[in-house]
Design a protein around this ligand. Structure first.
Ligand code: COA
Length: 537
């Protein structure tokens, strides 16, 4: 493979200004992550501690192998939603290592509104399950939750992708042979009682852990029976009488110890065979990405400079380097695993789409995971390009991305606009994992273009009615409102709050995040090829 030569001048004024701007954005990200981890009311901390329960992060620390990385997912879910303090949507989740095995962890944070489940919490739980299913990762649930957040029950209960889906998925995971272990470390009420019930292994903590379909207040209201949570669904009921729980733990620490023992003896899942080499760092410092990425999304930059800072030895075998040059495709090793990389260097033309289609087919046939580096305004538009069939060439790429069997990982390293989002494996195209950089944006088109379109539609309407088009000052007001709205809604924090991605990452950590994610994808066998769809020629 060839070494990618850098053209970046790290002494230039532009580089320094870009660097500072990205540093500031990363600082904002770190601060938001810190708040999400630490901002808890004194009352909640006190209540949790007096019950003898450990904070959720302490539980995780004890569960995970010491020193092993934890790939936290969607830590800023529900950012600034609800009362602005439902950090992480009340759940800590991610891929961690327990007894040497990669597992999916889902843990309620009972210091956030009693661990109750908000709409974004349901979405996050379902996403964590989806990742576990797609990658065959055993699941560990640390439950400590007051169940549905009742004031928003209509947004989490009745629909197909609401609460009930969690238990539906659990039945499927059990059938698929994906082990599920639940530690009951607080309440499992109503629907929540089905999380342990549907699990393969249940560990219940004495005194604090309780499972029931209706809690004491509901039982009293319904039948007049007065009963404490422990009498209704504590360890004496479920470990001795009902048989709902399988293991009795004396406290949180004991429960974690038992969970680790269960994981230790699970059958080992073999990794799929992939082409590997010993991992080597890139030749260039990944942090230089800060200075490479321009401050304005509209300003192009060479994605090869990013590739050079995430792949082993900065080595890259570029595919069709002279053809369809607005999309860079090529092979590299990332933390020792061979990958196929697709990175945008401009708008997608017919040639770039056809090149991508061929490249994806090659990687799919040869079992090479795909990495998409998205920085895309969309496909080229205009009469000339329609005549040449841009729509059917775009279709080929979108179809190939949809049907590729190999693991796909996406990082939005700039803009993600229009159909370019689809072709470059946006959320709807089932990347196994997807991240955004702090300056990235996602929307159907940029704010300025959307504003121009809306003004032009309005003017056409007025002319049709025999009226004058909007005067400049009125069209400016209309435009400004659309631009402001678009800026807010396309921001990476807005996107991550709504789980349109799996998290915002520091660009300097892209290589390591991708490496961890790739490792997590290697337990799912790649299905036999049964071909692609009909390609429109
Ligand atoms: N919906 C909405 N809010 C809830 C809630 C629910 N199901 N359960 C608890 N909360 C809120 C409380 O109002 C409180 O809010 P505040 O901090 O703004 O005052 C916060 O969560 C903590 O609850 P609190 O009762 O003070 O803490 P706790 O540690 O003593 O108990 C629970 C936590 C979850 C065990 C307890 O609140 C409880 O039993 N909740 C009801 C559970 C239930 O019946 N759920 C049925 C849902 S299907």
């Amino acid at each position: 493979m060839d070494i990618l030569e850098t053209r970046v001048d790290t002494n230039s004024e532009t580089y320094r200004a870009n660097y500072r701007a990205m540093e500031e954005r990363v600082e904002v990200l770190r601060e938001e992550l810190r708040k999400a981890r630490e901002d808890r009311s004194e009352k909640a901390v006190q209540r949790h501690t007096e019950q003898g329960k450990l904070p959720v992060r302490k539980r995780l620390e004890m569960l995970l192998d010491p020193g092993a990385p934890f790939l936290e997912l969607s830590p800023l879910a529900a950012w600034k939603m609800y009362d602005k303090r439902i950090h992480g949507a009340g759940i800590v989740g991610g891929v961690g290592v327990v007894e040497g095995r990669e597992v999916m962890i889902h843990a309620n944070d009972a210091m956030i509104k009693g661990g109750t489940v908000y709409p974004m919490g349901v979405k996050k739980s379902l996403r964590l399950q989806q990742i576990a299913m797609e990658n065959r990762l055993p699941c560990i649930n640390l439950i400590d939750s007051g169940g549905a957040y009742l004031p928003l029950q209509s947004e989490i209960f009745p629909d197909a992708q609401h609460g009930g889906r969690v238990f539906y998925n659990q039945a499927w995971m059990s059938k698929m042979g994906i082990p599920q272990i639940t530690a009951v470390m607080g309440l499992c009420t109503a629907g929540g009682a089905y999380v342990p019930a549907m699990s393969d292994y249940v560990v219940q903590v004495r005194k604090t852990g309780a499972i029931f379909l209706g809690g004491p207040p509901l039982v009293k209201a319904a039948t007049g029976e007065e009963v404490s949570a422990e009498e209704l669904g504590g360890v004496d009921v479920h470990c001795r009488q009902s048989g709902v729980s399988d293991f009795l733990a004396e406290d949180d620490e004991d429960a974690i110890r038992i969970v680790r023992q269960i994981v230790k003896r699970l059958p080992k899942t073999p990794q799929i065979p992939v082409d590997r080499q010993p991992s080597r760092p890139p030749l260039y410092d990944p942090k230089e990405i800060y200075g490479i990425v321009p401050q304005r999304l509209s300003q192009p930059y060479d994605v090869r400079e990013v590739i050079a800072r995430i792949v082993d030895g900065s080595e890259f075998l570029e595919f069709k380097s002279q053809y369809g040059s607005t999309l860079v495709c090529g092979f590299a090793y990332l933390h020792g695993i061979q990958v196929g990389i697709l990175g945008n260097n401009g708008i997608l033309f017919s040639e770039s789409a056809k090149k991508a289609t061929q490249f994806i087919q090659l990687c799919d046939r040869d079992h090479i995971p795909l990495i998409f580096l998205q920085n895309i305004n969309g496909f080229i538009i205009g009469k000339q390009y329609e005549e040449a069939g841009i729509t059917k060439d775009g279709h080929k790429m979108v179809a190939a991305v949809s049907l590729a069997r190999v693991p796909k990982l996406t990082v939005v390293v700039g803009g993600s606009f229009g159909a370019g989002n689809y072709a470059m494996c946006g959320r709807a195209y089932s990347p196994r994992f997807m991240w955004m950089w702090p300056h990235a944006q996602v929307s159907v088109m940029g704010g300025e273009q959307a504003a121009d379109v809306m003004v032009s539609v309005k003017n056409d309407q007025l002319v049709r009615l025999g009226e004058e088009p909007l005067p400049p000052e009125q069209s400016d007001v209309l435009k400004q409102a659309i631009i402001e709205n678009s800026e807010e809604e396309s921001h990476a924090l807005y996107a991550t709050a709504r789980l349109w991605d799996d998290g915002i990452i520091d660009p300097a950590q892209t290589r390591d995040v991708l490496g961890l994610a790739l490792a997590a994808t290697l337990y799912q066998p790649i299905p036999e090829s049964d071909g692609f769809c009909v390609f429109r020629m």
